[in-house]
Design a protein around this ligand. Sequence first.
Ligand SMILES: [Zn+2]
Length: 411
Amino acid sequence: MIPPDASPDGRSAVRAATAAPQARACEGKRPDGRARRLRADGKPSPPPVFIGGEIYRHSSYGTRHPLSIPRVSTAIDLCRAMGWLDGAVYCDGPMASAAELARFHDPAFIDAVWAAEAAQRVDPVTSARFNLGRIDNPIFPEMYRRPATSAGAALLAADRLAEGPGVVYSPASGTHHARRDRASGFCYFNAPVLGILRLLDHGFRRVLYVDIDAHHGDGVEEAFAGDGRVLTISVHEANRWPFTGTVEDRAGGTARNLPVPQGFNDTEMAYVMENAVLPLGRTFAPEVLVIQSGADALAEDPLSRLELSNHALWDAVRGLIPLAPRVLVVGGGGYNPWTVGRCWAGIWAILSGHDPCEAPTPEAEDVLRALTWHRAAGRNPPDHWFTTFADTPRPGPVRDAVRAVVEEVLR
Ligand SMILES: [Zn+2]
């Protein structure tokens, strides 16, 4: 078998892709002169960096899979159509090499993913061993290159943050379920874990990971269980796949979990952030903050029963950013093409000093109108999916179940 380093695009291509030119492309200065946030020493932070990639536009997990929809490319297209994303702050993520993936993943697993991509099939033994070729982690044409590129983006982000304070956004790098030796929950390689490991390798000793995806950030929690350098905090729907992340689960002291009930509303999210996540984060005093901003807790997402508007996720990101001088924001879940695209474009607006409540320009509206979705809700989409970024807020009462989780997690 050809080893992964000689695979799809070739090892030299991978090395070239991780080399300086792309890093330089991320370091441009903001041309509009808009005020940047100041660092603790009073110097301006560099402009935030957006790491994307074209592989997400042209790849799909298959027509019936929840990830049949374009997400990262939609966010990029929307940001460009709004004038929020000039070339100076944008770069394509490089593909991680097999050696880089092996910083976390079992080489036999890396090899298996690559071989499955090359052959476009997997034998039953390999399928069972690595959880590949199953309904959630299917065989598809870019099944190695795409997650390896998401991982490469997280590594590039970590390298950028090692150079100095700042903010990096990589919406493709939220693959929080992948394990050392198996795929899980649409995730083949764990980009957040690889990014955090790279941060630790750069010498950082306090990395806070906050996961606001509707699903428990199980792969990241497990990877750093017992490692006092990393605190993982996950807010997710209770009693939903992967059915882990109970409030009692603390991974030996390095995790905090906030499982929240169905119908979770904006007021409850604000309550959880103010009373649990932010105080826990401040106490930890991170050098680097990693936010997993999955968009599947939104009310119009098909894969959860949480009922947030995108204001709740945007406010969470706004509240978290001051916790550390270095911030990496990654994506995650999000399975309604309109809600995930609008939400993730809005996150970039916040990170880059724009207003996510601006109305879409005609060009941005064209991006939204061009999306299609095979689910029933996609046959007759409501107009606000085309004509707004911001949802109508979804406030509500703070229920006893939410208060109880907050009380328990602080105990
Ligand atoms: Zn999710």
